[in-house]
Design a protein around this ligand. Structure first.
Ligand SMILES: [Zn+2]
Length: 229
């Protein structure tokens, strides 16, 4: 693995679908290979109470894999942390760093660690805040020889694109793929059983749009610059 790889990282199944599925698919269309990492299995964000924890985990993993395959993602790494309890640990940062060193992605997508506005109970979910910080720090650790040395050597990611940003500065026009973005959520039946209502809500209230009726995926862009002197 080398050039032309991208990696998107979420805390739960469906996080990446809110954030950047069309942008990821666009890169795949340009010849990039895409991977996902999902830190928890999302087993506690579940509407039905009748299933066991293991059953809920199984459903959510299957839903995520289906959504990823529709986008054209090569592999989904599940880190299997407990939903709602994601902790910023050295272990989490190390796992992320090792995958980054293995895949050597040019671009990484995840939540924005700078969004600490706490004005949105869902977006500012504890697990989202945690994964955002850990991803940012793993990008640093991956370009360092000594923090987590391993056989894959170090790797410098070129760019981080953070979704869920409070101050986005980069946007991708997804108007022509809007239906694709909405349809992806059909994969997550456990989350959105009333799909038609949800899709209408998503289109109206969640997906950013401008006064001309164009729809976007928005990011805060951070170029990773190696300071040399
Ligand atoms: Zn989430």
């Amino acid at each position: 693995m080398a050039d032309k790889t991208i990696l998107a990282i979420g805390a739960h199944p469906d996080d990446i679908e809110f954030g950047c599925p069309v942008t990821v698919r666009n890169y795949i269309g340009q010849g990039y290979t895409a991977y996902y990492i999902i830190a928890t299995n999302g087993e506690n964000g579940f509407k039905k109470k009748s299933m066991t924890r293991q059953e809920r985990i199984s459903v959510r993993k299957k839903e995520q894999m289906k959504a990823a395959s529709i986008v054209g993602v090569k592999k989904v790494f599940f880190l299997d942390y407990k939903d709602g309890f994601l902790e910023y640990t050295d272990e989490l940062r190390k796992k992320l760093t090792m995958i980054i060193k293995e895949l050597k992605p040019e671009i990484i997508f995840s939540f924005d660690p700078a969004n600490l506005e706490f004005d949105n109970i869902n977006l500012n979910h504890r697990d989202h805040r945690t994964i955002a910080r850990a991803v940012f720090d793993a990008v640093f650790a991956a370009k360092n020889d000594h923090i987590y040395p391993d056989r894959n050597g170090k790797h410098m990611v070129k760019q981080m694109l953070f979704f869920g940003a409070h101050k986005p500065d980069y946007k991708v026009d997804i108007t022509d793929s809007l239906q694709f973005k909405l349809d992806i959520f059909r994969c997550f039946d456990s989350q959105f059983p009333n799909y038609n209502n949800f899709a209408a809500f998503l289109k109206e209230n969640i997906i950013p749009k401008d006064e001309n009726g164009r729809y976007y995926e928005e990011f805060r862009k951070v170029d990773v610059v190696q300071i040399s002197y």
